[in-house]
Design a protein around this ligand. Structure first.
Ligand code: HDD
Length: 698
């Protein structure tokens, strides 16, 4: 692929002047604009007309080619995960899994493998916002030496349904409603909760979906999971079950719900921008890569079925072995060519990795290849630069088709042949030893449409997840359920969910019922009586992420007459901890500081609200503060920072604004008179203790 070069200013100009005279400057061939077939274009401003004021001519192939290309610039968006952001990077193995697999990517320690990672929301369209309550896709394409490996996961380790047969129903239910075309990118509506209430197998995933995991602070601060159980196969074709995990170096961090809602308006591209800017600035996002490994006997000994994607294996039961890392270090050059055309296929597995019989995964093995055909329009989509195997050659005898981008050589396009192909006698042949082999799994049952008995327990894992959360997170889940169900207009839909919740936790069910001002219905009938599992603290977020300013954003609100020394001290201390810092002022041109110096602003107050930062400092002059008291954007800036549990540093001149915003003193409200140091520790995290004072949690 060639990158278009920007012609030097004035290199290729040609236009008809007002008096009809032709102005021209010749340009070098590599600088000039051409048609798609290389014909140099003399005028890119005006269409060909019969006279300066006459009709345009059909003969104008330059205009027609340009408009026609434009007319076809969009392709169908993904039916799910349409909204996504991506970047390039590498995977580096730190510990070999040689005993379990012959996949080179998992056995060659120290080798760096190129990769492409795409993160997405699920329900919204390609132009929807970044911060709805939604599961996030976490898809990684490794360009291995033995073909592409696509690990197409989510930021949640379980799924809503057990069998691929129900996937179209799930997606129809969550996306905008069929008759009215709304809501966009939201699960808070009747059809979703109607379906969920009728599908008790979804209850575990619902607990995750209602947790803060679905309102991530940043794509760089999300865990990732392969979700389905896969197999590793070693040289002797011995199989081991495996679950794949990604753990962000910055820890798993979330926004507050009210904050996420406001970010959607303030910066719909919040996550996309954050990913792009962090990579652009050299702060490369990084994840640890881990595996949970289980023999058949270990899997059989578990109280649940590892082929059921609504169940997780607590890491307290089977520890996660960290074996590598992923670093994203290069932004895409072209969003469409790379992020949009990237086609992930769970069937892309190198030798040594294999699928399991998980009936959800089995359906996925068909669906992705199929969807790419309608999305990308050709069986040759694997030849697009972003999808092409890069770590190794690809050669076979498949030929022709729409948009064949290569020129395959040779006379014989069949196998076996004895005419020679690709320079080798007989052409490419299968490799029984090194090629992909499937695990030899016994399968001799009758053909049936049945759900295994071992899939029947729909509540124990939901109980495990809820019971493992901190009280803060449990309260957020109850509030999220109240919010979502309050958007449902059918009482029977709400009641059915409440009945299901009773099988998870009676206190949770009661809190949600109270939040809806409804009575509690009877427990939903459970196919299998739920059991209590040992809590898994690893499933929490609060108290688990590292308290650090690394990767976080600090906003400093300033006015004319502010003290530059205080601003610099806050900025220096925050930057030293790895934060990004922005100056916000009433006007984007900046402010004149106390010492008369100009300080340019990075953002104007109304367009840069505090929801875009993790901690804020108010460095104001007395007169500046008096002006801000007349501006609701300033009061909102402060009161939102307070109710979103952020640290607020302030100079004494800002006190009237704090008072107007109803800010009450606590450990996160820091007077900067003593220097910036006191502001840094609370800025590293949220002030969870403040929450009960500012929010009526359900
Ligand atoms: Fe899927 C896209 C993840 C179940 C069918 N899925 C898609 C993407 C992710 C996932 C991350 C976006 C890839 C990208 O960035 O292009 N999907 C999952 C996970 C699942 C899951 C973790 C449960 C374990 N998916 C699932 C099922 C089916 C599909 C059961 C169908 C039987 N998924 C698709 C799809 C998509 C897709 C329709 C839409 C766009 C695409 O494939 O390329 O084929």
């Amino acid at each position: 692929m060639t990158k278009p070069k920007t012609p030097p200013a004035g290199a290729a100009t040609s236009h008809i002047g007002a008096g009809g005279e032709l102005h021209q400057t010749a340009s070098a061939p590599e600088a000039r604009m051409t048609t798609n077939f290389g014909v140099p274009i003399s005028d890119h401003q005006n269409s060909l007309k019969a006279g300066a004021r006459g009709p345009s001519l059909l003969e104008d192939f330059v205009l027609r080619e340009k408009i026609q290309h434009f007319d076809h610039e969009r392709i169908p968006e993904r039916i799910v995960h349409a909204r996504g952001s991506a970047a390039h990077g590498f995977f580096e193995l730190t510990e070999s899994l040689e005993k379990y697999t012959r996949a080179k990517i998992l056995t060659e320690v120290g080798v760096k493998t190129e990769l492409f990672a795409r993160f997405s929301t699920v329900a919204g369209g390609a132009g929807s916002v970044d911060t709805p309550r939604d599961v996030r896709g976490f898809a990684v394409k490794f360009y291995t030496k033995e073909g592409n490996w696509d690990l197409v996961g989510n930021n949640i380790p379980v799924f809503f349904i057990q069998d691929a047969m129900k996937f179209p129903d799930l997606v129809h239910a969550v996306k905008m409603e069929a008759d009215r075309g709304y809501p966009q990118a939201a699960s808070a509506h009747d059809t979703f909760w109607d379906f969920i209430g009728l599908m008790p197998e979804s209850m575990h995933m619902i607990m995750w979906a209602m947790s803060d995991r679905t309102i991530p602070r940043s794509l760089r601060m999300m865990e990732g999971f392969g979700v389905n159980t896969f197999r590793l196969l070693n040289d002797k074709d011995e199989a081991t079950f495996v679950k794949f995990h990604w753990r962000p170096k910055l820890g798993t961090q979330s926004t507050c719900w009210d904050e996420a809602v406001k970010i959607a308006g303030a910066d719909p591209d919040y996550h996309r921008r954050d990913l792009f800017e962090s990579i652009d600035s050299g702060a490369f996002p990084e994840w640890e890569f881990g595996v949970q490994l289980l023999s058949q006997a270990e899997a059989d000994a578990l109280a649940f079925d590892i082929l059921d994607a609504t169940k997780l294996i607590p890491e307290e039961l089977v520890p996660i072995k960290v074996i590598g890392r992923m670093v994203l270090n290069r932004n895409v050059d072209n969003f469409f060519a790379e992020t949009e055309q990237a086609a992930f296929l769970p069937t892309n597995m190198p030798p040594g990795i294999d699928a399991s019989e998980d009936p959800l995964l089995q359906g996925r093995l068909f669906s992705y290849q199929d969807t790419q055909l309608s999305r990308l329009g050709s069986v040759n989509f694997h030849q697009l630069p972003i999808n092409r195997a890069k770590g190794c050659p690809f050669q076979n005898l498949q030929r022709d088709g729409h948009m064949q981008m290569d020129i395959p050589v040779g006379r014989a396009n069949y196998e076996p042949n004895s005419l020679g192909l690709v320079g080798e006698p007989g052409g490419p042949r299968e490799d029984p030893k090194g090629g992909f082999r499937t695990a030899q799994v016994m399968s001799d049952g009758p053909k049936v449409r049945l759900r295994a008995e071992t899939f029947a327990d729909h509540y124990s894992h939901a109980r495990l997840f809820y019971a493992s959360q901190t009280t803060i997170e449990q309260a957020h889940m109850a509030s999220a359920l109240v919010f979502e169900l309050s958007k449902c207009s059918f009482e029977h839909v709400r009641l059915r969910i409440l009945g299901n919740l009773q099988n998870i936790d009676t206190d949770l069910a009661q809190r949600v019922a109270d939040g809806l001002a409804m009575g509690l219905p009877a427990k939903a009938e459970a196919a299998v009586k739920p059991v209590d599992m040992d809590a898994s603290p690893a499933l929490r977020i609060v108290g688990k992420y590292p308290e650090t300013l690394n990767g976080r954003a600090v906003g400093i609100l300033v006015t004319d007459g502010a003290d530059g020394a205080v601003i610099n001290a806050v900025k220096k201390a925050a930057l030293a901890e790895g934060a990004s810092v922005k100056i916000i002022a009433p006007k984007v041109g900046g402010v004149t500081l106390k010492d008369g110096k100009m300080l340019p602003a990075d953002g104007q107050l109304a367009g840069t609200p505090s929801v875009l930062f993790d901690a804020v400092a108010l460095v104001l002059s007395e007169a500046g503060c008096a002006e801000l008291l007349k501006e609701s954007a300033a009061t909102d800036f402060v009161s939102n920072a307070f109710v979103h549990l952020k640290a607020i540093g302030f100079t004494s001149e800002a006190q009237p604004l704090l008072d107007k915003a109803n800010v009450e003193p606590d450990a996160g409200i820091v007077d900067l008179a003593a220097g910036a140091d006191g502001f840094i520790p609370p800025a590293r995290t949220r002030q969870w203790d403040r929450e009960p004072k500012v929010r009526m949690l359900a």
